[in-house]
Design a protein. Structure first.
Length: 160
């Protein structure tokens, strides 16, 4: 397990659509472990494989104060409903936050880290994180959803 470097917004690899995972083998398990370590070290709520330069349809999500980590392999949206305005940031866009619209609820189908089919219905922060990470797998950053440049603002980066 290792913490991997996270790509920053101007890296063209973040704009490429990720490829489906055909087999969940030991190399995928190692990648998932590295992604979880990287997400926790950042720290972040979610991480897509594309953010560490791996063009595969894999994402991990861990909500604050939750122990469980959602591992999503080949996730696809089944249903979206409603709309709400949220404030969002991204590990690949450090030092900025934005205001955009996300679904109120979202249902996705995917495989878990063992290749088993799962369905996840998310509301609130989980819905937001699911949409955010699926966007990454499609080469989309949250800043692409901003209605105006005024909906993006600089934040304080933690001192090192």
């Amino acid at each position: 397990m290792a913490v991997r470097p996270i790509l920053i917004a101007d890296d063209p690899r973040l704009r490429r659509k990720a490829k489906r995972v055909s087999t969940v083998d030991s190399s995928i398990q190692r990648l998932i472990n590295d992604m979880i370590d990287t997400m926790k070290a950042a720290p972040g709520v979610g991480l897509a494989a594309t953010q560490i330069g791996v063009p595969l349809r894999i994402a991990v999500i861990q909500l604050p104060d939750e122990e469980d980590v959602f591992t999503l392999i080949n996730p696809e949206v089944v249903k979206r409903s409603g709309e709400r305005e949220v404030e969002e940031g991204c590990l690949s866009v450090p030092g900025y936050r934005g205001r955009l619209k996300r679904s109120l609820t979202i249902t996705i189908k995917a495989q878990d880290r063992h290749g088993k089919a799962v369905r996840i219905k998310g509301e609130d922060l989980l819905a937001q994180a699911l949409e955010h990470e699926l966007d990454h797998l499609n080469g989309i950053l949250y800043i692409d959803h901003l209605e105006t440049p005024e909906h993006l603002w600089k934040t304080e980066l933690p001192s090192e």
